[in-house]
Design a protein around this ligand. Sequence first.
Ligand SMILES: [Zn+2]
Length: 127
Amino acid sequence: MSRVRRSGTKPELALRTALRRARVRYRPVSGSKLPGSPDFVFRQARLAVFVDGCFWHGCPKHGTTPKTNTFFWLTKILRNRRRDRRADRLLKSLGWRVLRLWEHETRCDIDRAARQIKALVKIRTDT
Ligand SMILES: [Zn+2]
């Protein structure tokens, strides 16, 4: 399990609905060709959005440390985080903007997340 990320997972679907509600034009494009495989790709705005799982990416609020195999999990999470940073750097060097949302943000305040995306998409299309 190199990456816990399939397309059409729950947080992604919820965010897609919220984007529609916020009237953000979004055509699903595969991010698989971009560094880190972003969950949402806004090509025109050159915005890449990731929804990071709280456990897998070590969310400061919900990143728990498992009591068994602690070292194994911590190493894994650290590695994920390093990979995230690397993907961010690569994307930025390619002229993309990166927005990372925690999975919990798509749970408790998804409309805020959608508004955040909307604002970023707008910035580019207005110029
Ligand atoms: Zn979290």
